[in-house]
Design a protein around this ligand. Structure first.
Ligand code: SF4
Ligand code: SF4
Ligand code: SF4
Length: 364
């Protein structure tokens, strides 16, 4: 069912031509305006029933994105016993779910590349965009670091490089957008040995997924996760087990984030602008946090300065005392010396006074 390479390249070429006008994309998203998504975009189908939890996709993702190597190798499968989530240096994780005595179930998690992304609609500087390829990409040159996207994403995906003091970025799976533009498959898809990940046009993936469901009703739930969740996502999932039992949210509904906000709100004139207001509120909270941090820093600097001043004063006082002591001792020394010299002079004078009598006696 995988898309043919020729078709793939021609689609990518068309997408690239129409989207790369200034190096990146002339893409949609980044507003609270509802749009229908890109009908011919690509997607990835994750057939959870085929996944064996080998972590080859994680390793490939780490490699193609040139991320820091983890402490434990990707061959160490003991890590699957922990429930992990993506972070600034890990764009995808595979988690293991155990149900009674049945074989464990493995689920890969990454950005779902929503058709109408909440992250992009929350980003007022348009640093996140849904491209015509289906990938939701990030432009760090536009990002102001407000982190609204992190708050907005219902799947808790975007991460922030807190460890980078000067150039922190938002990070997440890119659907290997740079590789797509080169006509290559996403790294994880290419690496999967079980075809648990399949890349292709989203519409065709949906058709193929429904065919699997109808053909093997005992193996699959009658539900493709991502077909409608939050307005639909480019990553689609097939499973035998209820999605809520394998770490996936089933409470999100079918409406996209922009639709949820513009639809009902635009019907109520008084709150037409509530979405930007809410965002401004979040922004204000974020600014307030920054302000508090700034105030705390200033307080710490003031305390340190006061302590340093006190310390300096003490040292100066000690120096003054030392100098006074040395000065007094020098004066005392000089006085003593002067007194001794005076005594010597006095003694010499007395000797001189006696000297003529004695010489007279000699003369007589
Ligand atoms: S999963 Fe989250 S980060 Fe990814 S496109 Fe959707 S809203 Fe954005
Ligand atoms: S599509 Fe690329 S960035 Fe996303 S999980 Fe796969 S390898 Fe990582
Ligand atoms: S490479 Fe394929 S089989 Fe292995 S963990 Fe990833 S999705 Fe599952």
């Amino acid at each position: 069912m995988a898309i043919s390479r020729r078709k793939f390249l021609s689609c990518i070429g068309a997408a690239a031509l129409t989207t790369t006008t200034n190096g990146l994309s002339k893409a949609y998203g980044a507003s609270n305006k509802h749009f229908k998504g890109h009908p011919d975009s690509f997607g990835i189908l994750h057939d959870i029933t085929k996944c064996i939890g080998c972590r080859k996709c994680e390793a490939a993702c780490n490699k193609v994105n040139e991320l820091t190597q983890p402490e434990k190798s990707f061959e160490d499968l003991s890590i699957l016993d922990q429930k992990r989530r993506t972070d600034a240096n890990i764009y995808t994780v595979v988690n293991k779910f155990k149900h009674d005595t049945r074989a464990p179930v493995f689920v890969k998690k990454q950005c779902n590349h929503c058709m109408e992304p909440a992250c992009a609609s929350a980003c007022f500087v348009k640093a996140l965009n849904k491209t015509k390829t289906g990938a939701v990409i990030y432009d760090e040159s536009l990002c102001v670091g407000c982190r609204y996207c992190m708050i907005a994403c219902p799947f808790e995906i975007p991460a922030y490089e807190y460890h980078k003091a000067l150039t922190p970025r938002i990070t997440k799976c890119t659907m290997c957008y740079p590789r797509l533009l080169e006509g290559k498959l996403p790294g994880c898809v290419e690496a999967c040995p079980k075809e648990a990940l399949i890349f292709g046009e989203r519409d065709k993936l949906l058709k193929a997924a429904w065919q699997r469901i109808y053909r093997y009703p005992d193996q699959y739930l009658e539900h493709i996760y991502g077909e409608h969740e939050m307005g639909g996502t480019s990553w689609l999932y097939l499973s035998k087990h209820p999605f809520s039992k394998i770490g996936m949210r089933e409470d999100l509904g079918k409406k996209s984030a922009p639709e949820l906000t513009t639809g009902p709100l635009s019907a109520v004139p008084i709150v037409v602008g509530l979405w930007p207001v809410l965002l401004t509120g979040v922004y204000a909270i974020s600014k307030r946090k920054d302000k508090i941090t700034k105030e705390e820093k200033e307080k710490a600097v003031a305390q340190t300065t006061a302590l340093a001043k006190e310390d300096t004063e003490k040292k100066l006082e000690a120096l003054r005392e030392k100098m006074t002591r040395e000065k007094t001792s020098a004066i005392n020394f000089e006085v003593k010396k002067a007194l001794e010299e005076a005594e010597k002079t006095d003694a010499a004078d007395k000797t001189d006074d006696k000297a003529p009598e004695e010489s007279g006696k000699e003369e007589n």
